[in-house]
Design a protein. Sequence first.
Length: 97
Amino acid sequence: MKIKKSYMVFGKKIKIKICQLQDGIAGMYDHETETIYINDIFMQKGYESDLQDTLIHELGHALFYRVSIDQAVSWQTHEFIVNNMAVMLRELGLIKL
């Protein structure tokens, strides 16, 4: 599955980098560099839904950061929302990357 090299989130270009990450880390968003890092294991055949879930999840973090929701809710709440949002949007077919 191919993914874009960047996405626009409320006027900010968020770069996407595929790289090796520590075991157990699917992806992460770095607001200082405006970059989403995705574990390269998800580029293998059979991981398409995991790749989409991870990318949507990290874009959720970028969106929350852009609108300062991260200042209003705990990290656990933030993580719970973006995790479930990613799965729901993909499974309902509301978002395709």
